[in-house]
Write a protein that binds this ligand. Sequence first.
Ligand SMILES: Cc1cc2nc3c(=O)[nH]c(=O)nc-3n(C[C@H](O)[C@H](O)[C@H](O)COP(=O)(O)O)c2cc1C
Length: 359
Amino acid sequence: MGILHKLGTALVKTLPPETAHRAALKALSLGLGPKHACNHESLKTEIAGLSLPNPIGLAAGFDKDAEVPDAMLAAGFGFVECGSVTPLPQDGNPKPRLFRLTEDCAVINRMGFNNKGLDNFAKQLRARRNLSRKGKSGIVGANLGANKEATDRAADYITGLAALWGMADYFTINVSSPNTPGLRDLQGGDALEDLLGRISEARQNLTGDAPSLPIFLKVAPDLNFAQIERITEQARTYGMSGIIVSNTTIERPDYLKSVHKGETGGLSGAPLMTISTRILTEFYTASAGKIPLIGVGGIANGGNAYTKIRAGASAVQLYSALVYAGPSLAIEICDDLAARLKADGFSNISEAVGTLAGG
Ligand SMILES: Cc1cc2nc3c(=O)[nH]c(=O)nc-3n(C[C@H](O)[C@H](O)[C@H](O)COP(=O)(O)O)c2cc1C
């Protein structure tokens, strides 16, 4: 990492977490972020028809309003997921709602889908698309959420798809944030069936004769194997393009040290690595490798990313580690991952996917 970016990251960490986040977004939007290209042939890959320069993605929640996707792509991320965006703007939960658990290299958040809403998000993506014509490009996904007060939450996801269709390269249906009461109920039983059925119908109407855009389902790590089997089966039945495993956890491992460990919300960062990778492995087993998986949760280095890929992820995402390491982390992980692939005799990342599963 360049000395300026090291200093910037250190400085930002002295601010309260949400102020630090706003400062980081501001700096990135002013073009002050790092610029790195990932040039490892071995990391070029595909997932659900998307061509990625590398499999390291930015997870949802960092750029909720699609303000800085190109700055994060320029920092070396292979793809960027913006959102979660809800149809109507929302303030989210009262502050404080974001906590650094520094001793645990973790974060707890109960943001509650604070975002500026779909109209603003669409405006941002439209502006970006105009820039793309002048040569900027890269894979940007839209992560969709539902408004807290919505009486028909499934309808909010359809509204999101319709408003942003053609503006994002892929979509994520986020039914796994722990901070919108009842949202996770959409992961189970009839509610999931109804949601996926309506999404599949909307997708057909939006696609027409054109090639369909990928739609992923993002799940919680707090699931048992029976639930995992059912979600996998329904995701396949309704033609979902892949599953993103996982969102934050409501679990609190005993070993957490930080004074903030008792805060309500979703835990992410290092303590989530083992939990979410276990669930990822179970999704890989349940799907017999037949539905692409994106591994998220606790990735802070190349070794973590490699573990997720070997557990069955075709690509990965991260967020919390950025709080501690800054945006140059993506390229550091790329370099490390490329070296690990070479050492293990893989010529491309796709050959390593799932090589730990069942082994
Ligand atoms: C402050 C914060 C806000 C988040 N907001 C969202 C969100 O809006 N939508 C979503 O799908 N995930 C959200 N997440 C979850 C992340 O995308 C990711 O799934 C989770 O943090 C685990 O990855 P990590 O350990 O690398 O952070 C958020 C995470 C954090 C820390």
